[in-house]
Write a protein that binds this ligand. Structure first.
Ligand code: HEM
Ligand SMILES: N[C@@H](CC(=O)c1ccccc1NC=O)C(=O)O
Length: 361
């Protein structure tokens, strides 16, 4: 490291002249300043700064996960960065409490001056969504088309181009596919595992049938749910069936990637699977916090606007409720838990499998 030649000065280093001269309430252009507009601006600016940091981390993670193979040191750095993103998301959720100190009436003092701007136009937010894997084809209709109409041409082209680039979802999927958990020669792991899950599902079926506290209608309902779980499980080992369910949207990850992720979950205590397991957990953390943020933002919107339409032209609270439900990145990783069985029923791993796994990470 070189010695610094010029003394560093706090305000210059942080470019505070620019940063602290960037809060200009719209309300002052039309009359008296709305007191809470400064809070509104600063909260949004703080969000955008944190979004910038999140993007910085994602851009560092993507090339590492795209390498073949990814070495253990690099994987632990990826995990640290994912943990950082998750911590930032906690701050992003907490900031909503600060904004909620503004009352709906105070908001109305300047809301009309903002039309037609809205959070829709946060390019960094959409960038994060797209880089994590939420491309247009997975969005609800309004979110698919109308949102792009609200952007200027430069921003629209920038995001459309980003949709063509590999996302974190894609990188993780390929990384999982590179693990050879389906080709273990003689090892009958998957057959033993299938038998154990089949036992579990049969047991669940019997529990429902024997339950005195359920009505016949409730039993039928639950048995129907169980049959969906069983057909998802059967598809895990059947290429064509898996493809069919994937087309229906029941799976998004490829079959190979799903089975690898399942294997990592089941054998996470093997030392070489620790980091891969932490990575999968980290992705689940990010997805969960994103959903928490969407839910908190939606509820804040409900208390601020009731059922008014948004300045961006959506139905407001109702639209946001749908995106909270729909816009998930790693739903498959959550759903996998359905197929976990107790450790006591797990087949033991033979040494050659452990060696093969170690080599391929
Ligand atoms: C008083 C506070 C807020 C209200 C009433 C509000 C309201 C809304 C509404 C109604 C929408 C739907 C788009 C529209 O039709 O306008 C929206 C979208 C959005 N808002 Fe807010 N918002 C608030 C604060 C924030 C803050 C602090 C952020 C942080 C950056 C934010 C980020 C977003 C984003 C990213 C979207 C797009 C979400 C998506 O399309 O899934 N909002 N907001
Ligand atoms: N969409 C909000 C306005 C709003 O919150 C907003 C307006 C301009 C810039 C950022 C905003 N924040 C999030 O949507 C509304 O309909 O009141």
């Amino acid at each position: 490291m070189q010695k610094n030649v010029k003394p560093c000065y706090y305000a210059d280093y942080l470019q505070l002249d620019k940063l602290l001269d960037a809060q200009h309430p719209e309300s002052t252009k039309y009359g008296a300043e709305a007191h809470d507009e400064t809070l509104f601006i600063i909260v949004h600016q703080a969000y955008e700064l944190w979004f910038k940091q999140v993007l910085h981390e994602i851009h560092a993670i993507l090339p590492v996960l795209s390498q073949d193979p990814v070495n253990e040191d690099q994987l632990s750095t990826v995990n640290l960065r994912i943990e950082r993103i998750h911590r930032i998301q906690e701050v992003l959720v907490d900031q909503i409490d600060i904004l909620e100190t503004m009352t709906p009436l105070d908001f109305l003092d300047f809301r009309d001056y903002l039309i037609p701007a809205s959070g829709f136009q946060s390019i960094q937010f959409k960038e994060i969504e797209i880089l994590l894997g939420l491309k247009s084809e997975f969005r609800i209709n309004f979110d698919k088309k109308s949102f792009y109409n609200r952007l200027n041409e430069k921003d629209r082209n920038y995001l459309l181009n980003l949709e063509e680039q590999p996302s974190l979802f894609d990188a993780v999927e390929h990384w999982l596919e590179r693990m050879p958990f389906l080709e273990f020669g003689d090892f009958k792991f998957w057959q033993m595992y299938k038998d154990a899950v089949e036992d579990m599902l049969k047991h669940d079926e019997q529990v429902i049938k024997d339950a005195d506290y359920l009505t016949d209608a409730e039993k039928t309902f639950q048995l129907n749910d169980l049959s969906n779980t069983r057909s998802n499980f059967d598809a895990l080992f059947d290429k064509d069936k898996y493809q069919e369910l994937k087309q229906q949207g029941r799976f998004r990850l490829s079959q190979e990637a799903t089975l690898s992720a399942l294997f990592i979950n089941l054998y996470r205590e093997q030392p070489m699977l620790n980091s891969p397991f932490r990575l999968l957990q980290g992705l689940i953390d990010i997805d969960e916090k994103f959903t928490t943020w969407r839910y908190r933002h939606t509820t804040m919107v409900h208390r601020m606007l009731g059922t008014k339409i948004g300045t961006g032209g959506s139905s407001g609270h109702d639209y946001l409720k749908q995106t909270t439900q729909n816009n998930r990145f790693f739903r498959d990783l959550f759903n996998l838990t359905t197929f976990l069985i107790p450790r006591s029923s797990l087949p033991e791993l033979p040494p050659e499998v452990i060696k093969a796994v170690n080599f391929h990470l």
